[in-house]
Design a protein around this ligand. Structure first.
Ligand SMILES: Cc1cc2nc3c(=O)[nH]c(=O)nc-3n(C[C@H](O)[C@H](O)[C@H](O)COP(=O)(O)OP(=O)(O)OC[C@H]3O[C@@H](n4cnc5c(N)ncnc54)[C@H](O)[C@@H]3O)c2cc1C
Length: 427
């Protein structure tokens, strides 16, 4: 079988050394078989192994091959749709549980980095940058909302203050979250994979799950092997394809693109982002950026509905970067890549159980670095029989894309056009 390699990203080029991992050959028995070695799968595996379960992971390509090894590296707390939307769609008890968890993912990441000594360039501090007065009002109400759930570390920034942390004319203000921050995402995934193995878990690479036999004793089949397990956790997110048809109807893979500059001079890097915080703006189709440990600017933005790979990523993203930082006009782009995240109509994650023993979490629609770490912990709690927090997610309502799978792309492209227009008009 042909091996699938990492895309040519800055992250793959600067990845920490990794061991060779086996393909699955023959039959294995375990307590939990996890499909997918991104943050959802790895985080679930660590939480389960720490509580004494036997765990095997099958990964279609390599650890962190999907969004977890390609993302902007931004530790952004809360969900892609915020607690006000959750409060409107669920009861107060469930909203309270979800609101209390909104900042937990960032803490889990930091705990794992410290406990397993993961070298992934962790930096504290994330900025939500307001492009318009309307965005600023939104941030003010979001701060109040988060404070109601005990998340009180946030600082609103006026136009003068944000200039002290981002050297750009693009913003009228913002909000600083020191519990946000950034990491080298692929090295976080690789470090978590090493943690899984240090706890006795096994990861099979180049081993796609091609079929899951459901029932009292589920079996996960790969081209050359099978795993019999008491439980299965499906963590393939936007790369899962149609392995579980019930899951694909209510979600859609979308591509988003990232570029990385050549290393900047120390002075230029320091002038752009003096405190080395990461930044995301408040547009619906948002831009996000940060410095790397070797002082490149990583800049992401744009969405391609239906996850087709655009031909010239630099041509799409570079103008966005220059809009925020015209001073980078002569800077060369060394890397450009695309990756897929999974969108749901509500932009809230899809979590649940198929039958008694197949669990899933997917579709966090963007802010997935923290959510996936929380999801792993919550899925592990459910497998241990403590399902209160799992149920809070599982009860979130989800709807199929109007018109079904075939119409998902045009429908959402229309939505994207509408939101781009709204972003441009600042309404
Ligand atoms: C370009 C980009 C930038 C982003 N930037 C940010 C950011 O800055 N901050 C943020 O919070 N979020 C960001 N996100 C979102 C975030 O990266 C994702 O939400 C998160 O990484 C999803 O993790 P996951 O483990 O669920 O899925 P993935 O990381 O996609 O992992 C799924 C894994 O499952 C494997 N798989 C799929 N099907 C099978 C199968 N049948 N058998 C075996 N294995 C299978 C895949 O190969 C893959 O490795 C970004 C996403 C992208 C694409």
């Amino acid at each position: 079988m042909a091996h699938t390699a990492y895309p040519q990203s800055y992250y793959a080029a600067s990845a920490n050394p990794v061991p060779e991992r086996p393909e699955l050959n023959g039959e294995v028995e375990t307590d939990v078989c996890i499909v997918g070695a991104g943050y959802t799968g790895l985080s679930t595996a660590i939480a389960l192994l720490e509580s004494g379960f036997k765990v095997s992971i099958v990964e279609a390509a390599k650890v962190g091959f999907g969004a977890s090894g390609r993302n902007g590296g931004q530790i952004v707390n809360s969900y892609s749709r915020d607690i006000d939307v959750i409060e409107r769609s669920v009861g107060p008890k469930q909203a309270k549980l979800l609101g209390d968890m909104a900042f937990e993912g960032g803490r889990i990441i930091r705990e794992r980095i410290a406990k397993y000594n993961i070298q992934c360039d962790l930096k504290d501090g994330g900025v939500f940058a307001a492009n318009t007065p309307k965005h600023m009002k939104h941030l003010e109400s979001q701060k109040k909302l988060w404070e109601r759930y005990g998340h009180t570390q946030l600082e609103l920034m006026d136009a003068k203050r944000i200039r002290e942390v981002v050297d750009s004319d693009a913003y009228v203000g913002g909000m600083l979250d020191m519990s946000g921050g950034h990491i080298h995402p692929l090295n976080l995934a690789l470090g978590e994979a090493a943690a899984v193995e240090s706890l006795g878990g096994v990861i099979y690479e180049q081993s796609p799950a091609i079929r899951i036999d459901r029932g009292a004793n589920p079996v996960v089949h790969t081209p050359n092997g099978r795993i019999k397990a008491k439980f299965v956790v499906v963590a393939g997110n936007a790369y899962l394809g149609n392995l579980i048809p019930e899951l694909s109807a209510k979600s859609m893979p979308c591509g988003t693109q990232v570029i990385t500059t050549e290393p900047l001079s120390a002075e230029l890097a320091k002038s752009l982002l003096p405190q080395d915080y990461c930044v995301e703006d408040c547009n619906y189709l948002l831009d996000y950026y940060r410095l790397t440990s070797d002082k490149r600017l990583i800049f992401g933005g744009g969405v391609v509905y239906g996850a087709r790979d655009p031909a010239n990523i630099e041509a799409i993203i570079r103008p966005k970067m220059l809009k925020a930082f015209p001073q980078l006009k002569d800077v060369k782009i060394d890397y450009a890549w695309t990756g897929n995240f999974l969108l749901t109509l509500s932009r809230l994650p899809q979590v649940g159980r198929l039958g008694d023993n197949i669990y899933y979490s997917q579709g966090c629609s963007g802010h997935g670095v923290t959510y996936t770490h929380l999801a792993g912990k919550v899925l592990a709690e459910a497998l241990r029989g403590q399902a209160e927090r799992f149920d809070a997610f599982a009860d979130l309502p989800h709807y199929p894309f109007p018109g079904g799978r075939l119409f998902q792309v045009p429908f959402s492209a229309l939505g994207a056009w509408y939101y781009t227009l709204r972003d441009k008009l600042g309404v």
